[in-house]
Write a protein that binds this ligand. Sequence first.
Ligand code: FES
Length: 519
Amino acid sequence: MTERTHGLEHGLTNYGDRDFSLYLRRSFAQSMGYSRAMLSKPVVGIAYTPSGFNNCHRHFPELLDAVKRGVLAAGALPVAFPTISLGEVFLSPTSLKYRNLMAIDTEEMIRAQPMDAVVLMGGCDKTVPAQLMGAVSAGRPAVMLVAGPMMTGRHRGERLGACTDCRRFWARYRAGDVTEEEISQVEGQLAVTAGTCAVMGTASTMACIAEALGLVLPGTAAIPAVHADRLRAAEATGAAAARLIGSKRTPDQIVNAKSVENALRALLALGGSTNAVIHLAAIAGRVGVRVPLEQLNKLSDTTPVLVNLKPVGNGYMEDFFASGGMGALLRELKPLLHLDCMTVTGETLGERLASDVACYVDRSIVAGRDQPFEPQGGLVALFGNLAPKGAILKRSAADAKLFEHTGRAVVFSSLADLAARIDDPALDVTPQDVLVLQNAGPHASECMPEAGYLPIPKKLAQRGVKDMIRVSDARMSGTAFGTIVLHVTPDSASGGPLGLVGADDGCDFAFLRPAVGAG
Ligand code: FES
């Protein structure tokens, strides 16, 4: 027998006798009821991540059926395989700790098992970056299918969506504006369908970035999880994966300096999550492309915010979908993008945008470039005495009145210290103070949790204070908002100057400013 590199004959288990390995593999595969004809087809693996601990992937069984339908119709054999799944709110101390583990799992299972192409099924927060990191390193043809966002719930005539409204109502509850009874009603209306958080949080941002990179099918990032179009997208994704077999359009070819820059432009125009900076850097890093913060600032200066979704604006992902989704955004950004970037379909980004059917765009959700919601990008990197290697501010979700500020530092030395004292009536704090959280960065034992959204101290919340400057080496959820400086680098646990800020000693410090002329 001669060496073949497709289907079940790919990557044989090594017993020192190749023909025996193939005979044994076929024999065991037939125990699953496949015919010889099916087993001779090329194989599309499906990295499948449902879990009882992942509500966002609840609809994956139905999506899997649709993916398989697409693969079969295109002449290949679909074979699903599990990897670990990361359900954001079910993981301790934080899901980020397990992102790289999922990336390793994905990469190794793609590499080790006999598949000619792979569909990556992910959605919840860290799953999309983890799967893309793994797929880029595995170097096999791959196409991503995202879960799609949740639909909104209703509370007393108001739409609610996870999880910006979770935080908004919780802040009101802490302030005493919302009763125990109402907060428990709200709890039941925040996450009402399968799918990922309904706002432009990290999951939605990463889905959109995957489309900007060219790794999901055009027009599919924003389709709601429960919409019939999501099933059609799944079917089309399965067929696209089958068509990729034998192609050199692998993720490591599609992700390059130019497509990463396109993704950064999209992130900034979306007013997307701060977490996307570290995830995109990790994906790009798999092909040796760096994402310096100075580059982020340069692009941010020339990329307007064009999307009006929570937490930066008013809408939800279902509105973005109805307003043309990523196609509408990318068409507005066209003059700023590298149009020669290849996408997973075989079209360049420019060809994709030229062939897009121009549909209705609700300009209250996706603005034209001549009338942006904000003239500059949603994120900015800051540098200064507390963050010599940088920090991130989501300026589009911040209060511009706090951009120039001097105040006392009220310091919490750890998450435990924060929990113990933030609501202490004796805490010496005023609305003009700056809340500082130390030891919550990547080298802390809590592994950089989303604790950067420090709660407003209860006694100030009850006086109506809604925002204060907060500084930490932690992250925050993509669904959060406020004047919050995050990712301070180096972090306190590794000896960064943030750890030297005095505890409650009333010291003043200069607020961080963007580097002048950086990059
Ligand atoms: Fe899964 Fe928000 S909890 S995306």
